[in-house]
Design a protein around this ligand. Sequence first.
Ligand SMILES: *Cc1c(COP(=O)(O)O)cnc(C)c1O
Length: 398
Amino acid sequence: MSEKTYQRLVAELTNIEQEGLYKLERLITSPQSGQITVDFSGENKSIINLCANNYLGLADHPAIIQAASQAMQDYGYGMASVRFICGTTDLHLKLERAIADFTQHDDAILFAACFDANGGVFEPLLSAEDAIVSDSLNHASIIDGVRLCKAKRYRFANNDMVDLEEKLQQAAAENPRTIIIATDGVFSMDGYIANIPELRRLADKYDALLMVDDCHSTGILGPEGRGTAAHYGLQVDILTGTLGKSLGGAAGGFVAASQPVIDMLRQRSRPYLFSNSLPPAIVGGALKAIELCRKGDKRRQQLKDNAKYFRAGMEAAGFNLLPGEHPIIPIMLGDAQLAQNLANRMYDRGVYVTGFFFPVVPKGQARIRTQMSAALTTADLDTAIAAFEQAGSELGII
Ligand SMILES: *Cc1c(COP(=O)(O)O)cnc(C)c1O
C-alpha cells in the first residue's frame, strides 16, 4: 500500500497509544457468564465478569442453546439472502410477532443489529421537510442514523426537558411535516433513565413522534422487562432494541412501531434491504430468550439486588459513582490512563472490568463502567468490591 498512508496510520496509532486511549481486547475461552475463563498469559484463568451486557444471565442458558440448535437443525445454518429475496422463514415472522407482542406495538422488523436498526430507521420516514430533535448523549448508531437522513437536525442537552422544548419550538417554527424526538431509553455510559413522561408530554404537545432506543432497558425495566416506556406505564411511537444484550446476547436488532412505520421500513430501510437475513439459530434462540425474559421476574429481582449490593459496597469503599438504580454502575475516574491502570489491576486480581474514555465518553470523564448481571452471586460481588478496594488504594483513588 501507499507508504505515505501507511506511515500516517502508524503515527496516528502511536499517538492513540501515547494518550492512553488504545483499546486492547482480552481473550475469553468459555461461554459468557458471571464467571468466565480467560486466556491469561497463555493459561486459562477463572475471572468475575463485570462488563457484559448479560443483564439477565441468559447468554449461556441451556434452553436458549437448545432452541438455537433446534432451529439450526430445522432451517440450516444460513439464509444466504436478504429478507425480500428469499431470506424470510416462518420463524422470522414468528420472532417479529413475538417482539411486537412483547413491546406492545402493531408490528416489528428485524435487523442484523440495533446499530443497523438505528442506522436505517430515520431515512425512510423523513426527508428535508422534516425534523429530528436528538438527545446529545444518544448512542453512536442513532447519531449515524440521523446523519444519513436529510431531515433538519436539532440537538438538546442530555435529558434536559427545558432545552428539548426550546429545540422543539425552533423546529416547529419551520413548519416541518414530521418531527421525531430521538433518545436512548437508558444512557449507556451513565445508566441514567430518560424522562419518558416529559418526553411523551412534549412529543404530544408538538405533534412529534417519540423514538426510544431500549437496548439497555429491554429485559430490565418495566413489567416483564418490556422497557423504559413500560417502566412509566407509557408508550412510545418507535422503539428500537437489540437481541445482543438482555435477550440472550447473541446478535440482531429490531424496530417496533405502528403498522405503516414498519411497512415503510420494510420497503425502504437500506440496512434491511441490502443486508443478510438473521440466521435461523439466532431467530430460534431469541424466541426462547423473549419467553424467558417475560417470565423472568426472579432474574430481574436478582439483578436489582446485585446492583443495590454492589453500589452500597463501592460507596462505602469511597469510590465516586454516578447515582442511580440501573445495573450500569459507572465508577468515575476522570483520567483515561487511570481508568486503564485500574482496569488492568482488577484484571490481575481476577475481576474483568473495562475502562471507558474518549471518544466513547467526553475527555476528562473517563470511568470504569461496571454492569451487574443476574448471573453474579453475592460472593462474586464481595470478591469484586475487595479487589476494587485494594487496587483503588494502591492507585490513590480512595
Ligand atoms: C448496544 C447498543 C446499540 C447497538 O446494538 P447492537 O445490536 O449491538 O448493534 C444501539 N444502541 C444502544 C443504546 C446500545 O447500547
